[in-house]
Design a protein. Sequence first.
Length: 258
Amino acid sequence: MDESGASASGPPDAATIARWRAELARAARVCVLTGAGMSAESGIPTFRDAMSGLWSRFDPAELASEAGFRANPARVWDWYAERRAGVRRAQPNAGHLALADFAARRPGVLTLVTQNVDDLHQRAGQVDAIWLHGDIGADRWLDRCPRRAPCDPSRAAPGRPPRCADCGNLVRPGVVWFGEMLPDGALDAAERAAAACELMLVVGTSGAVWPAAGLASIARDAGARVLIVNPQASEIDAVAHAVLRGTAAVVLPALLRR
Ligand code: NAD
């Protein structure tokens, strides 16, 4: 519901954008949560979009779980190699740039929390971000290295996947797979930012992946205004004061410009 008591969920009109732009300009603390939709206009497919979503063509249990990797390491490695190449080819879109510009203009105001594993926020110039689901460009060992000074995965013997020449430990991508813990401290930091913000802006997430999906409720329960930007319905729309049905690269520049 917006402040008039009506739910704002159509394409954003100029007055709605202007009202939220003013709120963003006034807020002393803004928390932004981004999901796969944030990078869709950069050409990186989302997981769930019906037509292009990755899960419509692949089984998540096989490609994004430790069990799936152990069962078929070469297949999962190759799939990630393809996704990594896609991320390297992609460029930040106008939405990434608008967020980075807002953060630079108003130091200390914006905390960016991302579920994305690409580096487009960083390449847009966003210096600080809380990465909830890891970094697709990073390598790590599948099993803990038993040495006192752990071997560096970048020195693994080449292969699909690369492996330790001594013990055979496999290299895996540094992302959080289904059923895995989030990186140390990341969820705490995100929850603190959500609880402390005056305005929470949620961009391009289905709201289906937990615990990230709970951040909007944490913000709302703590008294923040909550705004969602998403061209489609999400599972957390009901938590928001307003939902702007538009895309990140179109709506964010309008909301965040000077
Ligand atoms: P999701 O794929 O489940 O949902 C994508 C959401 O983005 C949908 O709600 C869709 O309506 C919306 N969307 C599509 N195009 C958009 C646009 N142009 N602008 C704004 N919104 C748009 O993604 P999720 O909720 O982030 O959760 C799934 C998991 O996917 C996350 O854990 C994330 O790590 C992972 N993922 C990341 C990337 C990436 O790093 N770019 C890509 C795919 C998946």
